[in-house]
Design a protein around this ligand. Structure first.
Ligand code: SAH
Ligand code: MG
Length: 218
């Protein structure tokens, strides 16, 4: 399918236009968002959050799996969008401790369960399946997690994978990518190829935020 006419807009102007349409966050989420930005903690972008919220309202999953908790913003954001049970995995001790505090304060019903450790070790031990999976961990690991993700995702379930465009560097040729980034680059390309060509998935890659791939399992 060929594109007919080159798009002619400045992506930054488009981005601020779209962001100007976003509604304000509930106050506890706004607070966590500002804290994460100030503390240099990685966190989903507002446009990514906006897409997740629509997907969650459409899907209303009963169980969500998140890989990459950070300090818990996205889990609490997803909980605000739908009253699911959420299992979330975080490798970094300090971030997990902060997330635990945030969950104790803002998840009063105890719907979120944090599992500390490497998702590569934890995923194989999970038994119950999920109708929504949010993948937001180390970008070089996505392709390695995929077989377990496919096992854990229910038919009809949605997989949202964040940061798949790697600030645009995914478009570059292999040679233009700095040597130290090449492994991640190659693995992310493998991941995108896998989720777009797997016959049991239907995938679209949205160029919003840092790139969000949305897949449905048939
Ligand atoms: N989803 C969070 C941000 C997550 S940032 C939010 O928007 O609020 C990505 C997180 O993934 C980091 O905190 C990092 O420590 C964690 N991570 C990276 N590799 C991981 C792995 N193999 N297993 C579990 N967590 C991992
Ligand atoms: Mg991310």
């Amino acid at each position: 399918m060929e594109e007919r006419k080159p798009l002619s807009f400045d992506p930054e102007r488009m981005r601020s236009f779209l962001l100007s349409m976003e509604r304000e966050l509930p106050s506890h989420l706004e607070k966590l968002y500002q804290e994460a930005l100030a503390g240099d903690v990685p966190i989903i972008r507002p446009e990514t959050a906006g897409i997740l919220r629509v997907l969650l309202k459409m899907k209303t999953p009963d169980r969500i799996l998140e890989i990459g908790t950070g300090t818990g913003f996205s889990a609490l954001f997803m909980l605000d969008a739908c009253p699911a049970r959420i299992v979330t995995i975080e490798l970094d001790e300090k971030r997990a401790a902060k997330a635990e505090e945030n969950f104790a304060e803002y998840d009063r019903d105890g719907r979120i369960r944090l599992i500390r450790g490497d998702a590569a070790d934890i995923l194989p031990d999970l038994e119950e399946s999920f109708s929504f999976i949010f993948l937001d961990a180390a970008k070089g690991q996505y392709v390695r997690f995929l077989p377990e993700i496919m096992r854990l995702l229910k038919p009809g379930g949605v997989l949202a994978s964040d940061n798949v465009l790697q600030e645009g560097s995914i478009l570059e040729s292999h040679y233009a990518v700095e040597r130290r980034d090449r492994t991640i680059y190659r693995r992310m390309r493998e991941y995108l190829w896998a989720i777009t060509h797997d016959d049991s998935l239907v995938t679209t890659i949205l160029p919003a935020g840092d790139g969000l791939a949305v897949s449905v399992k048939l």
